[in-house]
Design a protein around this ligand. Sequence first.
Ligand code: G2I
Length: 473
Amino acid sequence: MLLTRQRRRAVIAGAVTVATAALGIGLSTQFASAQTTLRGAADAIGKDIGVAVDANRLQSNAQYRDIVASEFNSLTAENAMKWDATEPSDGNYTFSQADSIVDFAEDNNQTVHGHTFVWHQQTPSWVQSLNATSMRTAMVDHINTVANRYEGRVDSWDVVNEVVSDNNGAMRDSFWLRTMGEGYITTAFQTARAADPNADLYINDYSIDGINAKSDTVYRIAQGLKSQNILDGVGFQAHLILGQVPSTMEANLQRFVDLGLKVRITELDIRINLPADSAELQQQANDYQRVVEICAELADCSGVTVWGLRDADSWVPGTFPGTGAPLLYADDYSKKPAYTAVLNALGGDGTGNPTTTPATSDPATTTSPPPTGSGCTATLSVSSPWNTGATYSATVKANQALSGWKVTWTWPGSERISNAWSVTGTLTGASVSGANAPYNGTLAAGQSTTFGFNITKADGSTASVPTVTCTPA
Ligand code: G2I
């Protein structure tokens, strides 16, 4: 399974990288292909498009099974790999449902994102009442047993799930924290790393999709785990509300990528107040498109998983009464507008035509001219323009050893930075004066670093690419 996945990514993603580098513009705009399934389109750009599945439905419903096999290249067990399903009593492991999902994935050449080892929910009460020493032993045994069973068959794991609270970024007051202290997170990751050194290890949470106090805490935890080389990625659940894709989502994911981590949208759904009308279904499609585009355009975003196949399968109506219809398929298995939007965002639409709003700037001019300067040089490029805004990426190259850098430029028109990542300074006016972030100022001669930002601009105007002056600081 690992080999299959790596081969797919290496061959196809390589081709895409070369072509986009030549054009200097975003993937999803330029790589519309004749792909007519989510799976075909995601394969073509080297991404996972995943779905959370239920083992019983996979076994009992042929229509469900066929769509899961044909439209998705990655599976997550919605419940079957959680602790209450795999080890309901101490040392008694029950893997039949989890096995059936992994078998299905293997039969259909799909990757598996494992969910989850350590969570405060769906963990049996026998675990919750242990003392610190016994709880640690139970955790280590559980992770070892489950990770070893699926070694080589599960590609990545949500090692810990939802460890941060909704209270201003404080750690979640769970039985794990109360009994074992904050070290329980490190123990979980160390154990998982040793048990399956080839699996990618993720920390996963909800309401961390934008930049906020909770995602700031996850950022700090991720920094610590990454420095010990026991973390590979961050999972953003993205249980979203209609019309509320966070404006800082791309910048947020980028800051984790800048730590050297992968990112992944792990549980995407977008809920609507019921009944959903056609305008709301279209808004939902736009929201889905935006989220999937953010992942498609980030090389280190491993993929997007939707949290269930049909609206009728979703957890949402049970938890948020009066809301629902959050997924890509209606109850009768028909495709919703959101399905087409996701297909478009992945670059496929069956017509071979570009599928996103065409760039308002001329692609030939979306990278700034070769810069001048001695100590460092910096270039901007537009990675994703839309009518009233754009995302830019910037590269700073050191021509000598640097302990800091400054970049300045002036916007010729209405462009103004709305949010930025991996750069500090006075950024929001017509004259931009930026400096390195604390972690990307020290560069050896010849070394490069990146930063990025979003702008707003007058509706329909061009996202221009000014020349940047770079000076050592
Ligand atoms: O709550 C939504 C998700 C938030 N992030 C972590 C995910 O693991 C979580 O998934 C949901 C599942 O979608 C639900 O299906 O987790 C719930 C449990 O907190 C799952 O619900 C449970 C029901 O509460 C149980 O009554 C039921 O026995 O599913 C169980 C298995 O069907």
